[in-house]
Design a protein around this ligand. Structure first.
Ligand SMILES: NC(=O)c1ccc[n+]([C@@H]2O[C@H](COP(=O)([O-])OP(=O)(O)OC[C@H]3O[C@@H](n4cnc5c(N)ncnc54)[C@H](OP(=O)(O)O)[C@@H]3O)[C@@H](O)[C@H]2O)c1
Length: 282
């Protein structure tokens, strides 16, 4: 079976560079989808409190017969629980849903700078507690812009292990990626194929024809060669396998550049801008 490269985080832990995302997978169908991903070889699952399907992820891990230590599980703090006492309760609920005594990585899902008096620093300090008691092996953030990361650096002692941000050919997000790289933060690219929107792009299709791979494989390979962590989502068995087959071909510099040049900046986002996003799910 293909072996997925690992990336060493700034806390010494390692993370498989390719995982499986479960955003928008129905809670009732999550265990089956994650089971298919395990069969295909994935050992890294990206879930969140907001997705409502942590239980399905935990069920799949137990049903797989894999050792807990051989699976990397990430979850994320939901937007309604940024206050420290709420974050502590919510984190305990995540572990209960997953039926696990630790997660490999726990993230602040969104910075929410316009809520909670903009105090994501207090939330981050609460995640530091989960890291120090071992219930979160690594901690990080998601959707943090450079200004948010600069504030954490100025006001706290720990550097996030990862920053999970929207990144794909239409929003390369290279400014945040450069900050991450320069400060030892691993970048995780969410919606790596822009939920499918980049797959018909003529440049992507042309590179795919040239290397004899599918558009999705080419775009995911572009992320891998940029050094980012990715976890495409699919509930289609053939695509789950297709998205895992990324390590037996390479793109040349010209292909990489042609795909990077598709960047549309802010206009290319599929999701909201983190500076203004303030949604609290019910
Ligand atoms: N931190 C955050 O704020 C945040 C936000 C969004 C996402 N994420 C994470 O990132 C993960 C991935 O992002 P995403 O789920 O938004 O989008 P994505 O992985 O870019 O795209 C998923 C979509 O593409 C389709 N697809 C998957 N593989 C394909 C292939 N080989 N060919 C054609 N179509 C394909 C899927 O359809 P089918 O399922 O029908 O096959 C699904 O509609 C999420 O699951 C989640 O873990 C995090």
């Amino acid at each position: 079976m293909t072996s997925v490269p690992t990336i060493t985080l700034n806390d010494g832990k390692s993370i498989p560079q390719l995982g499986f995302g479960v955003f928008q997978i129905d809670p009732a169908e999550t265990a089956e989808a994650v089971g298919l991903a395990f069969d295909a070889g994935y050992r890294h699952i990206d879930t969140a409190q907001m997705y409502g399907n942590e239980k399905g992820v935990g069920d799949a891990v137990r049903a797989s017969g894999l050792d807990r230590a051989d699976v990397f599980v990430t979850s994320k703090l939901n937007n309604g629980y940024h206050r420290p006492e709420d974050a502590r309760d919510a984190f305990a609920r995540s572990l209960a849903e997953l039926q696990m005594d630790y997660v490999d990585l726990f993230l602040i899902h969104w910075p929410l700078p316009t809520l909670y008096e903009g105090n994501f620093v207090a939330t981050w300090k609460t995640l530091e507690e989960f890291a120090s008691d071992g219930r979160a092996r690594s901690i990080g953030v998601s959707n943090f812009q450079v200004s948010h990361l600069e504030r954490l650096a100025a006001e706290t002692g720990t550097v996030p292990a990862v920053n999970q941000i929207e990144a794909h050919p239409y929003t390369t997000n290279d400014e945040v990626r450069a900050y991450d790289r320069d400060h030892g933060i691993a970048t995780e690219a969410w919606s790596p194929i822009a939920q499918g929107a980049v797959l018909d792009d003529s440049v992507v299709v042309k590179v795919a024809e040239k290397v004899g791979r599918t558009p999705a494989q080419v775009v995911l390979r572009w992320h891998v060669q940029r050094g980012d962590v990715v976890f495409p989502k699919s509930t289609t068995p053939s695509r789950i396998e297709e998205n895992f087959a990324l390590f037996d071909f390479e793109l040349d510099d010209e292909d990489i550049q042609a795909i990077t040049d598709l960047d549309r900046g802010e206009k290319g986002r599929t999701g909201p801008n983190p500076d203004v996003f303030d949604h609290i799910p019910d």
